[in-house]
Design a protein around this ligand. Structure first.
Ligand SMILES: Nc1ncnc2c1ncn2[C@@H]1O[C@H](COP(=O)(O)OP(=O)(O)OP(=O)(O)O)[C@@H](O)[C@H]1O
Ligand SMILES: [Mg+2]
Length: 395
């Protein structure tokens, strides 16, 4: 029998945003020592961690230091220096692996890997050259996606017809058939170092119409059991194809003709899994830690229906955040408030979230919509011009 000396593991996390913060809170619960690497001092995660390294995600010195002083290294963001991580002597302690991360970072390569494994993805083709004829040959309507650096809809444009061509993206990209979407679903899959696999209930994502950022997550998704089961087994296959270790969120489309297509994979805890903190036996953050530390995985059972509301920065508001409606929102039974601790709000920036649990999903949804009306994240500065800049700030 193995014995663990406290602190049981030294965990290094690249990225100090809300995902790292919630991961750190679980890590502290479990007796780990946590170091955060982030360019911003007192980042959300550093506020609750033991140590911080102030460095950028491409800073070789900082990354090498984090790796040298940690037993296990993970990340809360994909946009980090994967080629350098691959070259590190301690690279086997980085989970998921830097090789997997490199595949995910290139959305086109990600598509190719899934497609070659026989997993269902929308029809797609590499855009070899920025030539109008290539768009014409692929056919409209289409969706053009940047290969690298996309986030929260940044790097994705829909071109309905040739008239939309002036909107097209520059830089390496690929084209994808425009899918008639019935629902956007997500499924979380955890896979441990030992190969143990667990899958969470399928959830449904609803989007804010203006910025097209996910603002509501419904658990469980309102879909037939057979589709949920198929989504779960597709999710598991994705993670196995990638030989993934950790937690993964698989975003899928349920098409109007009731087919499931895989959209993209996040190699980390995901916004669509925040409900697991209050609504599941094991949260996505604890499950991720168990998976990367080689501990047995926990139960993914849904204990209650839940709806998660993203608290996005209000339009036209920026600077130090101000929360309105907190007392009124917390007076609603079953509401749990999370604030990430970001020092500045911006239009549509993810500033926090609320999880609502209720005996029924309909009840939780009604309450969640009320919370959305009541709770507002404003800022000390009112700057209209910020309204058009939301898309520069992914997280
Ligand atoms: N082939 C498609 N057909 C129709 N709609 C699509 C297609 N691909 C993407 N979309 C829409 O665009 C959204 C963003 O696409 P995608 O998830 O690939 O980009 P992203 O920038 O990584 O977004 P996020 O970070 O929010 O997950 C999707 O949630 C979906 O609503
Ligand atoms: Mg997406």
């Amino acid at each position: 029998m193995k014995a663990f000396r406290f602190p049981f593991f030294r965990l290094g996390i690249i990225g100090g945003g809300q995902l790292a913060k919630m991961m750190t809170q679980e890590a502290k619960k479990m007796g780990l020592f946590v170091t955060i690497l982030d360019p911003t001092p007192a980042s959300p995660a550093a506020q609750v961690a033991d140590e911080e390294i102030i460095a950028g995600f491409y800073d070789e010195e900082g990354l090498a230091k984090l790796c040298a002083t940690s037993d296990i290294v993970t990340y809360d963001i994909e946009h980090v220096n994967a080629p350098f991580l691959k070259s590190l002597p301690g690279k086997e302690k980085i989970r998921p692996s830097p090789e997997l991360l490199e595949t995910i970072q290139d959305k086109f390569r990600q598509r190719v890997v899934l497609n070659e494994a026989g997993l269902p993805v929308p029809p797609f083709a590499l855009l070899e050259e920025d030539k109008i004829s290539a768009f014409q040959a692929f056919g409209f309507p289409l969706v053009q996606k940047a290969r690298f650096g996309g986030y929260d809809g940044r790097g994705v444009v829909t071109l309905k017809s040739a008239e939309d061509l002036p909107k097209r993206l520059k830089g390496p990209s690929f084209l994808e058939a425009y899918v008639p979407i019935e629902k956007e679903l997500a499924v979380l899959v955890a896979r441990s170092v030992t190969g143990e696999v667990r899958v969470y209930p399928v959830v449904e994502m609803l989007f804010e119409p203006k910025a097209h950022i996910c603002d509501l997550v419904l658990a469980p998704a309102r879909i037939p059991e057979s589709i949920a089961e198929e989504a779960q087994s597709l999710g598991i296959r994705c993670v196995e194809v990638l030989n993934g270790v950790g937690i993964f969120a698989i975003e899928m489309f349920l098409t109007k003709d009731r087919k499931l297509l895989i959209n993209e994979i996040a190699p980390r805890p995901h916004n669509s899994g925040h409900f697991t903190i209050e609504a599941c036996a094991t949260s996505q953050f604890e499950e991720h830690l168990r998976a990367i530390l080689g501990l047995p995985l926990g139960s993914t059972q849904l204990l209650t229906p839940a709806v998660m509301v993203n608290l996005l920065g209000e339009e036209g508001e920026s600077g130090p955040p101000i929360v309105e409606g907190l007392e009124e929102a917390l007076a609603i039974e079953g509401v749990s408030f999370h604030f990430y601790g970001k020092w500045e709000t911006r239009p549509f920036r993810k500033m926090g979230h609320v999880t609502v649990i209720d005996a029924t999903l309909e009840g939780a949804l009604t309450k969640a919509l009320k919370v959305k009306e009541i709770l507002k994240i404003k800022g000390e500065r009112k700057e209209k011009e910020y309204a058009s800049c939301w898309h520069h700030h992914g997280e």
